[in-house]
Ligand binder design. Structure first.
Ligand code: SAH
Length: 217
């Protein structure tokens, strides 16, 4: 017998994500594997497998499942990839990335969220995820270069240091917009000296706050 979370997770993947254009089998499998309920308070358990963002405290959210799946699919991850995530939040997205790449460094500016995410990820056995507290608009040079940089909060423009911390062939997936609450998601790809960019459509993320992002209010 499947427990009810596993059954609801499978239904979300098979009935929602697959219907909305998520077709990479590795991404679908990661979304079927990571227990989203472990990253939120018990009182959200009834709604955690709806395809919606949910509050995680401190004015932040755990991203909508579709958004997580869309971003990781856009990052075209391979099992050997070294990944930087900016915006750990609950840690859920980091766990999905950890299913798809070799190692994940994830940065969160709010120490309380970083600590709680690190505890959850350790309890679930994600030894390949390293949670750091800090300003992710500076990237994380200590573990660079990365094959992929995935940013889960919206900036006005691409922080220049991300390109410097990317491998040749590396991808950056980041929401960019002129206001703090509405963005377009972009994929940048580095080939030699050339950084190409593609617009992947409209999304709404919380703001990326830091030296090369928005100012804290
Ligand atoms: N991937 C997360 C979603 C997090 S929402 C999840 O699955 O739960 C975005 C997060 O980015 C928030 O927790 C916010 O505090 C964080 N954030 C905003 N600006 C940041 C910055 N400059 N560096 C690191 N984290 C930042």
């Amino acid at each position: 017998m499947l427990d009810s979370f596993t059954a609801r997770r499978r239904a979300l993947v098979d009935k929602v994500l697959s219907q909305r254009g998520i077709d990479d089998p590795r991404v679908l499998s990661a979304m079927r594997t990571v227990p989203r309920e472990a990253f939120v308070d018990d009182q959200l358990h009834d709604v955690i497998y709806r395809d919606c963002a949910q509050p995680i405290g401190y004015g932040q959210t755990i991203s909508q499942p579709f958004t997580v799946a869309f971003m990781v699919q856009a990052a075209r991850l391979r099992p050997s990839d070294r990944i930087l995530e900016v915006g750990t939040g609950s840690g859920y997205g980091a766990a999905v990335l950890a299913e798809l790449g070799e190692i994940v460094h994830t940065l969160e500016r709010l120490p309380e969220l970083a600590a709680s995410a690190a505890r959850t990820l350790a309890a679930l056995g994600y030894g390949n995820v390293h949670v750091h507290t800090g300003d992710g608009t500076l990237g994380f040079p200590d573990a660079a270069p990365y094959d992929a940089i995935v940013v889960t909060a919206g900036a006005a423009e691409l922080p220049a240091c991300y390109r410097e911390q990317l491998c040749d062939g590396g991808r950056i997936v980041i929401p960019l917009g002129e206001t703090q609450r509405r963005q377009k998601l972009f994929r940048f790809e580095l080939r030699g000296q050339e950084l190409s960019v593609e617009d992947l459509g409209d999304f709404a993320f919380v703001p990326l706050i830091g030296e090369h992002g928005w100012r804290a209010e």
